[in-house]
Design a protein around this ligand. Structure first.
Ligand SMILES: [Zn+2]
Length: 597
């Protein structure tokens, strides 16, 4: 084993096929494997894997790279997090020497690890206790929460008594978590004589971060005699930031990605009820308003956000604010209006499904227009102006001009204002307020799937030759190959130059080359290798090279013809004769070449 860093170590120990199979069904097709792409929706498979080279490429969405890159994208992790994730999932221990030499190690310091571990241990203990407590379990069941959901979300209960405290500390100690760690994680607090916790005698909702690590808790009172605040949440810390955490996100991620849409609700129990009724793509905010960070996370996985709107609770302004944030994150908001007085959990208890609400769902604009009511015309002028401005802000946030026009027409009719004057005021203000632009740009960039540069314009012959060289990198030593490198398209030329440079230091392997490439080049190489992944003999290769050479000469010949024409027009006799000489030489080459075949 000659792994020089953690990335190579992972690639040498984990087969890309094993990893990919967990996300999509791929089948052998010739030298490579094919299946439906896990990154975009498709009916005919265009997602291709080469287990031999350890790379994948999707001909539908141009996503391509190695196994680490696959996990980066599939699980939304940094490269180093992807490495750790792969190591954990495949039970592989990364040698300390490699970890220490990794510049990314500082990402997860010991104290952070200890925090997550303390939270995990506490979640486990509470979960066990819930199952043993008739009273707590009864309460959860009266809320119609199924046993499966209790397990899926690891719901728990923290019984309070000196005996139970000892039980918790013993349980924790068995997993190397001490009282000190529980205090550091803000689960236990030091009292005068003993430890105590605000989570005691509460139903515990463990909260995980986007990587599925337990990082905090919500505790709800349930005893009729309990007069404390209904909810107690973990203390706000960098590892438990309510403004960026979404309850149920790590469990919902896959479903959100597959369905390209996510439901957003307000509380733990609403989230549980949604998932229990089959809406696995549901997340909840942690008792705070939805932030741009929340939406940015979601926008990496879906395009639509279904907001369950409860007429009694959330004001229109809250929904409008959310909608505005959505546009800047490239998320399409949809409003599902619940009947007055019901929340998602109670609605599902009675109706068992959201079908009726989904049928009646509204885009944010229709929602807004409807919510203004029928008696709009009776309202004072100042109110009308304000509403018009608000609507224009909404319309401005929409990218498609056609949609903008339709909505402007709607507004004109509704407010009884001429269409043209609305259009004018829409155009008179800049399309995006400056303040928002900074948020909008990065989100947009992230969503855009990068094309593999000028790949489409590169000829098949050129790509074929390129793939043969990459599959047999010793070919780069041949003079006739070196001589042709300069004639390849830029993106391929740069890669071949790297192969050539590396070959001077010894035999080049695919992995050493891959490590030298940037993300764009990795995509290119993945695509070409998966498109032309057929072994070629040296004879076939020579033939391809000759074809390429001939093609080059032909191009040069027609080029010279043009130049001769130009020189003749300019009466530049000297230039004409020079070009004619060149032309003859090339012609000769072409003729000999044709005889040679
Ligand atoms: Zn794809």
């Amino acid at each position: 084993m000659n792994a020089t860093n953690v990335f190579n170590f992972i690639k040498e120990n984990i087969g890309i096929l094993d990893v990919v199979q967990q996300y999509t069904n791929v089948k052998k097709a010739g030298l490579y494997w094919k299946g439906n792409c896990p990154f975009h929706h498709e009916k005919t498979p265009s997602f291709t894997v080469s287990p031999h080279k350890g790379i994948f490429y999707c001909f539908g969405c141009s996503m391509g790279g190695d196994v680490v890159y696959f996990i980066e994208k599939a699980e939304n992790r940094t490269p180093f997090e992807a490495v750790q994730y792969l190591a954990e999932r495949h039970n592989i221990t990364i040698p300390d020497s490699l970890l220490k030499s990794s510049p990314h190690q500082s990402e997860t310091t010991e104290s952070k690890k200890q925090y997550w571990k303390a939270c995990t241990v506490f979640a486990q203990w509470c979960h066990l206790k819930l199952k043993k407590s008739k009273e707590a379990l009864h309460y959860v069941q009266t809320r119609n929460i199924s046993n499966e959901i209790i397990d899926h979300f690891q719901l728990g209960y923290f019984p309070s008594s000196p005996k139970q405290l000892t039980s918790l500390l013993t349980f924790a100690k068995q997993q190397s978590i001490l009282a000190h760690d529980l205090i550091e994680a803000h689960i236990m607090f030091k009292g005068r004589a003993t430890l105590y916790s605000p989570f005691e005698e509460r139903i515990i909702f463990p909260i995980t971060d986007h990587l599925g690590r337990f990082c905090g808790f919500g505790g709800r009172t349930f005893l009729p005699t309990d007069t404390r605040a209904k909810y107690y949440n973990s203390k706000e810390t960098p590892l438990f930031a309510k403004g960026s955490l979404l309850y149920g996100f790590s469990q919902a991620k896959k479903a959100i990605h597959q369905q390209e849409t996510s439901f957003l609700v307000e509380g733990y129990t609403d989230c549980l009820a949604m998932v229990q009724h089959g809406y696995e793509n549901t997340v909840a905010t942690l008792g705070t308003a939805c932030t741009g960070t929340h939406l940015q996370q979601l926008s990496r996985y879906c395009q639509t956000l279904s907001i369950l709107y409860d007429g009694d609770q959330a004001g229109h302004n809250a929904v409008m604010r959310l909608a505005e944030l959505c546009w800047h994150m490239n998320l399409d908001p949809e409003i599902l209006s619940l009947p007055k007085g019901s929340d998602p959990a109670s609605y599902l208890d009675t109706h068992k499904s959201l079908d009726a609400l989904v049928k009646e769902k509204q885009d944010i604009f229709s929602f807004f227009v409807q919510s203004l009511g029928h008696d709009f015309n009776k309202k004072p002028l100042a109110h009308k102006v304000q509403v018009t401005k608000k609507l224009l802000t909404v319309i401005r946030g929409i990218d498609e001009p056609i949609k903008q026009n339709i909505l402007l027409e709607k507004t004109a009719k509704m407010l009884d204002i001429p269409f043209m004057s609305l259009l004018k005021s829409l155009q008179s203000t800049s399309s995006t307020p400056e303040k928002l632009q900074s948020i909008q740009q990065p989100a947009k960039q992230e969503l855009k799937r990068p094309e593999a540069s000028d790949l489409k314009t590169i000829s098949r012959l050129e790509k074929k030759i390129f793939s043969v060289i990459i599959n047999n990198m010793e070919l780069i030593a041949y003079d006739e190959v070196v001589g042709l490198i300069d004639y390849f398209s830029h993106s391929l030329q740069n890669i071949l130059k790297k192969v050539h440079a590396l070959s001077k230091q010894g035999a080049v392997t695919f992995n050493t080359l891959y490590n030298e490439l940037d993300e764009e080049q990795r995509k290119i190489i993945s695509q070409i290798l998966l498109e032309f992944n057929d072994g070629k003999s040296k004879e076939e290769f020579d033939y391809l090279l000759k074809l390429f050479q001939k093609h080059l000469w032909k191009c040069q010949v027609s080029d010279i013809k043009l130049q001769i024409n130009q020189a003749q027009k300019n009466n530049n006799i000297q230039e004409v004769s020079k070009l004619l000489d060149k032309f003859q030489l090339l012609k000769k080459k072409l003729v000999t070449h044709q005889k040679g075949n």
